[in-house]
Design a protein around this ligand. Structure first.
Ligand code: CMC
Length: 432
């Protein structure tokens, strides 16, 4: 029999008792609301890495990490991956519902109308060294874009938010492709209004002024799927960062630029690049993966099995299952045999029967196979995390919108101070 959850939790402290309300989510997840804790008791909570802290209530994405469930606005990721597209899912995540034909047409038109950058922005790309990481360029240029479209900072209302969202979503793709072209010393390729979102990105990345890139439908589909699978993932490091910045009432572009910076790290979005580097290193060293697994288990080695483990999933990441199958399909259709895929599969099998990984519930995450798909499409390693950022944009936009629409207080965590106790200023002549 299922136990009914109480509506309050009781805290006993120094012989006194306090009552704290329990909040219940749609899927019966429960949280103790501690917002009055400090006022009532003088105490705060301490939670390393926020592993047990719900920072907000959100209606966008649901994850059950124990069961490996992921839903955008209630719809299972498996259904969206099988039937939908990135642009449709972006509408779902940002606006809260699947678009009608007319809504999808309007949204697609907005994406097309906003795909160009102000010409003056082109010169900003010149200022970066050719060695600059595209994530640095992406975050800088998203921020720079807010200077070129100042009206973004002042517009309000539901319909204009859609315009802002489309601008960001569309321009990010153009910025990403331009950053890549510049880093290779290649001329910029402008978007084509007749191409859909993902095809247009590949066109801007790989066409030449004298020859259009030949768009392979299976490659476009696989990349669109990667965007879709990354579209949101509740309160991860970058999304929490976007919400944090948004809570100060910073504009959408500034908040998204902060999200890009948070995503860059190898424990987060940067893991897709790190996975491929790891697989390449294993391949080049002639190891079958066993030496690397031994190193990943040794805390002193500084190594981790990249693309494995997740704060929330204690089961197979549902996105990884979909990506693994898409990876097999794409390589078969393109007649590519990639030794790194064999190494990845071998590593996965070895880790899943190794007690270290089993006991810690470490499974492949979204980043484990996505890089092999991107490599098959021809996307260079340094652009992998940029692809993740483009995909995550709808989630950041929807979370930004949620912060702005609810009367959220500025996010301002507290701390437990562990520094020096009171001491006094010593003039420099008296210091030892
Ligand atoms: N390889 C080896 N050991 C690991 C790994 C790994 N990939 N991940 C976690 N562990 C161990 C960790 O050392 C710790 O062991 P112990 O209990 O003995 O100290 C235990 O598992 C728990 O790990 P944690 O670091 O406390 O877990 P976390 O929830 O703080 O970190 C994580 C989650 C994703 C950062 C981590 O699993 C990791 O570093 N994975 C590799 C990087 C990666 O693939 N990141 C992409 C995440 S999915 C996409 C995204 O959302 O960005």
């Amino acid at each position: 029999m299922e136990l009914r959850m109480s509506t309050t939790a009781e805290l006993m402290l120094n012989g006194r008792k306090w009552s704290l309300p329990i909040v219940e989510g749609t899927e019966k997840e429960h949280a103790i609301n501690i917002s009055s804790l400090r006022d009532q008791t003088g105490l705060i909570t301490l939670d390393d890495g926020y592993a047990n802290t719900g920072s907000c209530q959100s209606a966008i994405t649901f994850i059950d990490g124990e069961q490996g469930i992921l839903r955008y606005r209630g719809i299972p990721i498996e259904e969206l991956a099988a039937n939908s597209s990135f642009v449709e899912v972006a509408h779902l995540i940002i606006m809260g519902h699947l678009p009608t034909h007319e809504e999808l047409r309007q949204f697609s038109d907005l994406l097309t109308e906003n795909e160009l950058l102000n010409e003056a922005m082109k010169y900003h790309f010149e200022g970066f060294p050719t060695t600059a990481h595209p994530m640095a360029i992406l975050s800088s240029m998203i921020n720079a874009a807010s200077c070129f479209y100042p009206e973004l900072l002042h517009e309000g209302g539901r319909s204009t938010f859609m315009v802002q969202a489309a601008r960001l979503l569309s321009k990010v793709r153009t910025i990403a492709a331009f950053a890549y072209r510049k880093s290779r010393g290649l001329p910029i390729i402008y978007p084509k209004p007749d191409l859909k979102y993902t095809a247009n990105f590949l066109h801007m990345m790989f066409s030449q002024p004298y020859q259009d890139y030949e768009l392979k439908p299976e490659a476009v589909k696989a990349l669109d799927l990667i965007f879709l699978l990354h579209a949101d993932h509740e309160q991860n490091c970058s999304t929490a960062t976007v919400r944090m910045v948004a809570s100060s009432r910073a504009n959408l572009f500034a908040s998204a630029a902060a999200g890009v910076c948070a995503l860059w790290g190898p424990l987060h979005g940067g893991a897709n690049q790190a996975v491929l580097e790891m697989l390449q290193q294993i391949h080049d060293s002639g190891d079958d993966g066993s030496k690397f697994i031994a190193a990943a288990k040794d805390k002193n080695s500084g190594k981790r099995l990249m693309g494995f483990g997740h704060r929330v999933y204690k089961n197979y990441d549902p996105r990884a299952k979909i990506i693994k199958k898409a990876c097999d399909d794409l390589l078969a259709r393109l007649h590519i045999s990639d030794p790194l895929l064999d190494i990845a599969k071998h590593l996965e099998a070895a880790a899943l029967r190794d007690p270290y990984f089993v006991e810690r519930k470490l499974y492949p995450n979204v980043d484990f196979y996505s890089g092999i798909i991107m490599r098959a499409i021809g996307i260079p390693l340094e652009m992998f995390t940029v692809v993740f950022a483009i995909g995550r944009m709808p989630g950041w936009i929807a979370n930004y919108k949620e912060v702005m629409e609810a009367p959220t207080r500025i996010y301002r965590p507290r701390q437990v101070y562990t520094g020096a106790a009171l001491r006094h200023y010593v003039p420099i002549k008296d210091r030892r």
